[in-house]
Design a protein around this ligand. Structure first.
Ligand code: BGC
Length: 813
């Protein structure tokens, strides 16, 4: 007989917590080391203990460090499949595929003994220069939300949890650890929270990770409205909220607000404050219990029973290759693609042998293998043709020597076609800092332009995590945007180049003609302590379409190798309960995929709204001659606006237009419908300009535009950069940066330039509190407070704090 049948049911999390004393409960609210949760200790007689569990990054593969017990997280990661980054996955518009990728990541997590995957990431791409663009899915919350929900479903179907991150309004890297994102309520709801809302309501993630930054003045980690009122009370989230690594600002406020778990463990740094707050009545023990219960629930849920499955690396490599092809967007093609495997094919560019396949930072996977385009192309062509190669530029720096340049030109001239690999060198984009330009390296552009001037047809294959300026795009024969395509990205690109796979991608973000077009550019990345979202909803295509300023390549755009005919467009249903329907026929002679996009417009609104917004989509794969009727459901939310006065979603009665489209600028049919509604919406006038003036912004915020927080007096949220205004602060900063870099070198053994810059900026822009939380015990809060007062010249206060500390120590038994 199986023991399970007779085993006593495990006690509920509430019952477990009820049996613990306060210090034990408080200990559960912070992790153990970098990647683990504290176990529940066994009760008297050894019964009732629950093992700790392990979490690991995310989001496009596992970054699971070899020694989970290492409290600093300084160890190389175990090999895992590096799937295409979110920039590429977002471009697939393929819900099923993302579920499949999620499931594969879930399987690998189980294989590595990981119970929670830290991903997907779904912050909105407010500005294309955001350093972490490659980790996020889209500029549109519906597309990002639906795809992230699919990934969560996939991961969690394998019995491990996902952690949806970074909640919320973490749309830049510059000063992400302390910056205050000032955003009006309607924009917050319609853009920056909507994706999270979709994921929470559609996929029930086990956990959500709060972001580092402040949102309208309050750190996300202390934000009751975000963490409890909206997330739990409105959206019905039933899981656990953990902090981003080192994001906990004030643990007592966090417990009150609904931040269940502090990560990583800070070796009890906050425990004293939490215990004291319960003792003096400023924090209810019931709040501690609630957080502890959620931690215990996660421990129970995350227990990995049974043997570890095989990680199936070979199958996952093949899936990664398919996903890379599905996410590659064909932007230009005069017919040169797909290539025939014959004649002389010149492969040009350092990225053909040193692929850019993922971005630097916490998402950096140690891939199980890595495709190189020169190899995959040679393999594909075999003996049928000749593949020549010229480096053209240095993959690391992006710079060409005159010799490399001349060789590339000569190689291209002697070939029937030149395939040029270009994009952003690793050092140009990373977690931890934003880009300062959307330009490609000068020498990449020079090379592309010189090649375009030869008589050889030129195909440009791009590898970049965030969008780049493409002023030369119409001067070459083809442009294939492959993003950072993961370990099989080169194979996926090869499949597309030779027509073995369809370029399945459509842009999940607009490619502007120039970054200066964008209203968000005027307040990006803002000031070190404050970034103002004065463009409101005018982000990406919402801006381009509303302002009538075309992007170079529009949201939703992407070419195919086959042709599709769309017929029988109709919108059925009543009120806001509608279905858009279209029959798609593959009229070409090869298999392919198309994406039906449904936008909704409110042409006669009392509320200023973007010209149109994506409210549904579906991807369809069809063989030659095949047809399918695609249905895209719409509901109340597809028509609603967030009404600030009513603090609710309202639908204005009247005429709407349902736009069934191939991209945001390519409507196939506009179907007018009437919607009846009793809602009384509060009128919102159009702004004079798409960037709000002080007065307009204050009106949108419902309060004066805040003044950025002053640098002095110093406090726990002062950054090393702030402290550098003093002589001792400069000394401290240089020591911390030097030592921090040494430690990071162990985590990223062969750091590239981006990693070095990420570490430097994270340290310099990090608040002093993080030195306490993540410094491995080098400093405690009492010492940090004294130090800050002393640096500020508040000597008497500093001396008083030292004496108080001494007295407390002497009083201890
Ligand atoms: C990142 C998170 C990541 C965590 C753990 C943080 O710096 O922002 O996305 O999950 O580190 O590596």
């Amino acid at each position: 007989m199986s023991t399970d049948a007779t085993a006593a049911p495990s006690p509920s999390a509430e019952a477990v917590v009820a049996a613990l004393d306060l210090p034990t409960k408080v200990r559960l609210l912070s992790g153990r080391g970098f990647w683990a949760l504290e176990p529940v200790p066994a009760g008297p007689g050894g019964s009732g203990g629950i093992d700790g569990i392990v979490v690991a990054d995310g989001p496009h593969g596992l970054r699971c460090q070899v020694t989970a017990a290492d409290h600093l997280g300084l160890a190389p990661a175990q090999p895992a499949t590096c799937f295409p980054t979110a920039a590429a996955l977002g471009s697939t518009w393929d819900v099923e595929l993302l579920e499949e990728v999620g499931a594969a990541i879930g399987d690998e997590a189980r294989a590595l003994g990981v119970s929670v995957v830290l991903g997907p990431g779904l912050n909105l791409k407010r500005h294309p220069a955001g350093g972490r663009s490659f980790e996020y899915l889209s500029e549109d919350p519906l597309l990002g939300g639906r795809l992230a929900a699919a990934m969560v479903r996939g991961i969690q179907a394998r019995g491990v949890g996902a952690s949806v991150k970074h909640y919320a309004v973490n749309n830049q890297e510059s000063h992400r650890l302390v910056v205050d994102a000032v955003v009006d309520e309607r924009t917050l709801r319609e853009l920056y929270l909507r994706g999270f809302e979709i994921v929470v309501t559609e996929s029930d993630p086990w956990t959500v990770m709060c972001s580092y930054n402040r949102v309208n003045g309050t750190y996300a980690s202390d934000h009751t409205e975000l963490l409890t009122t909206i997330l739990r009370d409105e959206w019905g989230f039933g899981g656990l909220v953990m902090s981003d690594w080192g994001a906990t600002n004030d643990r007592v406020a966090g417990v009150r607000a609904g931040l269940d778990l502090e990560m990583p463990g800070s070796e009890g740094a906050f425990d004293g404050e939490v215990l004291a707050a319960v003792a003096d009545g400023s924090l209810l023990e019931a709040d501690v219990d609630r957080c502890a219960t959620r931690v215990v629930e996660l421990l129970q849920r995350g227990r990995l029973d049974g043997a570890r499955p095989d990680p199936q690396h070979e199958q996952h490599h093949a899936l990664a290759r398919r996903a890379a092809a599905e996410g590659s967007v064909l932007l230009v093609n005069d017919g040169v693609l797909p290539l025939a495997a014959e004649g002389t094919i010149a492969v040009i560019g350092g990225f053909a042998t040193h692929p850019r396949h993922q971005g630097a930072g916490s998402s950096q996977v140690n891939p199980t293998r890595l495709d190189r385009a020169l190899d995959t192309i040679r393999e594909r062509v075999g003996g049928a043709g000749t593949v020549t190669f010229a480096e053209g530029y240095d993959a690391r720096t992006g710079r060409s020597t005159p010799r490399q340049f001349a060789e590339a030109l000569a190689t291209a001239r002697a070939a029937d076609v030149a395939v040029v690999f270009a994009g952003l060198p690793a050092a140009w984009e990373s977690e931890g800092f934003d880009r300062t330009t959307l330009d490609l390296p000068d020498d990449h552009v020079r090379l592309i332009e010189a090649l375009a001037a030869t008589s050889t047809p030129v195909v440009v294959v791009l590898s970049n995590g965030g969008v780049v300026h493409l002023p030369w795009a119409e001067r070459v024969e083809a442009v294939l945007e492959c993003w950072l395509g993961g370990q099989a990205g080169a194979g996926g690109a090869t499949d597309v180049l030779f027509g073995d796979a369809e370029p399945g991608g459509r842009l999940a973000e607009s490619i502007p003609v120039h970054v200066a077009q964008l209203p968000a550019d005027r307040n990006f990345p803002g000031q070190p302590r404050q970034v103002e979202y004065r463009e409101g909803p005018h982000v990406g295509y919402r801006f381009h379409d509303t302002a009538g300023v075309p992007a170079r390549f529009a949201f939703g755009a992407g070419l195919s190798y086959t042709t599709f005919e769309w017929t029988d467009v109709e919108v059925t249903g009543d009120g806001t309960d509608r279905t858009a329907r279209v029959t798609v026929t593959n009229t070409g002679d090869r298999a392919g995929s198309d994406v039906v996009q449904v936008y909704v417009r409110d042409p006669e609104s009392a509320v200023h709204r973007p010209h149109q917004e994506l409210q549904g989509f579906a991807k369809v794969h069809l063989g030659p001659g095949e047809r399918a009727t695609v249905e895209v459901p719409l509901d109340r939310r597809s028509f609603a606006v967030w009404d600030v006065a009513a603090h609710d979603w309202l639908v204005e009665a009247g005429r709407f237009e349902v736009v069934v489209a191939r991209s945001s600028v390519d409507p196939v049919q506009v179907v007018p419908i009437e919607v009846a509604s009793d809602d009384v919406v509060t009128p919102v006038p159009a702004p004079v300009d798409l960037v709000a003036t002080d007065e307009e912004f204050a009106a949108l915020l419902g309060r004066p535009v805040p003044t950025p927080k002053a640098v002095r007096p110093f406090d726990r949220n002062s950054t090393l950069e702030d402290l550098e205004s003093t002589v001792v602060g400069r000394l401290l900063s240089s020591v911390v940066v030097r030592e921090g870099a040494k430690r990071a070198a162990q985590e990223f053994p062969d750091p590239d330039d981006a990693t070095i810059e990420m570490v430097r900026s994270s340290l310099k822009e990090g608040p002093v509190r993080m030195l306490v939380l993540m410094g491995g015990g080098i400093l405690d809060f009492a010492q940090a407070d004294v130090l800050l007062k002393a640096l500020d010249g508040r000597w008497t206060s500093a001396a008083r704090s030292v004496l108080a500390g001494l007295a407390a120590r002497l009083r201890r038994p």
